[in-house]
Write a protein that binds this ligand. Structure first.
Ligand SMILES: NC(=O)c1ccc[n+]([C@@H]2O[C@H](COP(=O)([O-])OP(=O)(O)OC[C@H]3O[C@@H](n4cnc5c(N)ncnc54)[C@H](OP(=O)(O)O)[C@@H]3O)[C@@H](O)[C@H]2O)c1
Length: 295
């Protein structure tokens, strides 16, 4: 059994980690916001000093409100950069790895193909900058640490794009959705599975370069409008009849700028850890079924 300390219990990825840990022979010690506010640096340091021994730490907590971060940069930085820095420091002192989640929004979107781990990050938003600062702090602290960059996360329970489309489809006949930003939808269950597999391999001492940055996302790139259409296709089984109108980003201004292309190349995690990109389209039906019930 491997013992992992996990921050962020009730987020999209956090819940899936909890559900899947037993299948990986992992015992999770989870911490949520009510136990510890991660923006309180002194409390976090105290907590980490006193924590019982663990084999790895997984950080699934983050400030994820991309638009609100533009006006709450201090809070976003505390959670996305400073807290991971303190986690990384504590892990380095104990000699255990930290697995941290980051985002496709560290890229500026100007590349034509899929982004590789070696491509230059150049965030376009406060959220992206704070996540990049978190990555740098984690990777600089210990050479066994892992940053898993993922994208467009959806789950059966959390706040996400699929839930928003289903809710709006109940209120409107036409959903106007951006059709010039491309990325890869990623089910949270597959992120949790990937993280646990990597954590187990690292703590058991897999030899060939298991650390550093890895990209992990859904296996097929699409636009937000494509993703909305796929969601409504599944929603039709529940009587949803709304349709998508494809619009350009210029018709849907947001406080935070998003990359036009944030497709991630996942070949490194496949070759190093044997983990294939997530089959998001085939996961969508049961996610829609679950989300429709909780709208
Ligand atoms: N969502 C996406 O589309 C997306 C895309 C790319 C990358 N990512 C990355 O993937 C990771 C997981 O995302 P997610 O979608 O699972 O996030 P999420 O559902 O928003 O969950 C975030 C978690 O952080 C916790 N948290 C927030 N503020 C906190 C605080 N002050 N103290 C302690 N805990 C706090 C939340 O607790 P409460 O529920 O109590 O607030 C929640 O458990 C993040 O690193 C995110 O940046 C997400």
């Amino acid at each position: 059994m491997i013992r992992i300390l996990q921050f962020g219990r009730i987020g999209q990825v956090g819940q899936e980690l909890l559900a899947q840990a037993p299948a990986h022979d992992v015992v999770l010690e989870t911490v949520e916001r009510d136990d510890l506010d991660l923006t309180d640096a002194a409390a976090l340091e105290r907590f980490l000093d006193r924590a019982a021994p663990f084999d790895a730490l997984v950080n699934a907590a983050a400030y994820t409100a991309v638009d609100r971060a533009e006006s709450e940069s201090g809070l976003a930085h505390a959670l996305n950069a400073e807290a991971p820095r303190l986690m990384a420091k504590a892990c380095a002192a104990r000699g255990v790895p930290l697995l941290h989640i980051s985002t496709d929004y560290v890229f500026d979107g100007t590349r034509t193909g899929a982004y590789r781990e070696t491509d230059r990050a150049n965030p376009q938003s406060v959220y992206g900058w704070t996540k990049l600062a978190g990555e740098e702090a984690v990777l600089g602290a210990h050479d066994r640490n892992v940053v898993l960059r993922t994208a467009w996360v959806f789950s059966r329970g959390g706040q996400n794009f699929v839930r928003t489309m289903l809710r709006l489809a109940r209120e409107r006949e036409v959903l106007r959705v951006v059709d010039d930003q491309r990325g890869c939808p990623t089910p949270a269950c597959d992120i949790a599975d990937a993280l646990l597999r990597v954590a187990v391999r690292i703590t058991r001492g897999a030899e060939s370069g298991p650390q550093g940055v890895f990209h992990f996302c859904g296996d097929t790139a699409c636009t937000w409008a494509d993703f909305a259409e796929a969601t409504l296709e599944e929603g039709a089984r529940h009587g949803i009849t709304a349709r998508v109108e494809r619009i350009p980003t210029t018709d849907y201004p947001t406080p935070a700028k998003r990359p036009a292309n944030s497709v991630l190349d996942c070949s490194r995690i496949t070759s190093v850890h044997g983990i294939a990109p997530a089959p998001w389209r085939s996961r969508l039906p049961d996610h829609v079924d679950a989300l429709v019930k909780s709208l």
